[in-house]
Ligand binder design. Structure first.
Ligand code: IMP
Length: 191
């Protein structure tokens, strides 16, 4: 079974391939000859995942899916959420975003947060949505050098290490994306 994944992110593709059954072949945007960027004008993760999946479906008329993820911090009313990638401004780095979060949470006791992934699948012209989340806490400082994004400032519940202090396998066994991908995989295998 072939599926187009509406993302150019190699890190995600690697994680996906390792999670999905080998009978499911995921084609990247590069594999299908698409080199552009897809706009993400949505105000929720759900909207953006749908926009990206529909964009690719309209172009290629093949089964496809897209994902959108973000971190939601309770004391910041769910910020940065859908704006996670560009929280500290257009062109900002992961470090800029982490610094902004740590600054905003200075003196605030509630450091609870969650990562959330939404996957939008278009399969045989039907739409399906899968969600994964991992709850945890924002640290007081950056810890660890692996991973990406907010990994150095997030400790999942029940763990003592940040995502950035974990191996890729450790993170992938509990991450929001892994949970959403598992649901996608279960769905595809049971069809
Ligand atoms: P995307 O939709 O998966 O590209 O994620 C959007 C943004 O959310 C990323 O640029 C990161 O800032 C943040 N993010 C998503 N997933 C993760 C993760 O697993 N670790 C750290 N940051 C993440």
């Amino acid at each position: 079974m072939k599926l187009i994944f509406a993302s150019g992110n190699q890190y995600k593709l690697q994680e996906l391939q390792s999670k999905l059954n080998s009978s499911i072949e995921v084609l990247s945007m590069r594999d299908v000859g698409f080199a552009g960027d897809i706009d993400e004008p949505g105000e929720t993760l759900e909207e953006n995942a749908k926009i990206k999946a529909e964009y690719i479906h309209n172009l290629f008329h093949e089964n496809c899916f897209a994902d959108d993820s973000g971190i939601e911090i309770n004391a910041l009313n769910g910020e940065p959420g859908v704006y996670s990638a560009r929280y500290a401004g257009e062109g900002c780095s992961f470090a800029d975003n982490n610094e902004k979060v740590l600054e905003k949470l200075k003196g605030i006791e509630d450091r609870t947060a969650r990562f959330r992934t939404v996957i939008h699948l278009i399969y045989d012209n039907q739409h399906y949505v899968f969600e994964g989340e991992v709850k945890g806490k924002i640290t007081m400082t950056n810890k660890g050098v692996d991973g990406f994004g907010y990994d150095p400032i997030f400790i999942p519940d029940g763990q003592i290490k940040t995502f950035a202090e974990m191996t890729l396998d450790e993170k992938n066994s509990i991450s929001h994306r892994a949970k959403a991908v598992q649901k996608l995989s279960d769905f595809l295998l049971n069809r």
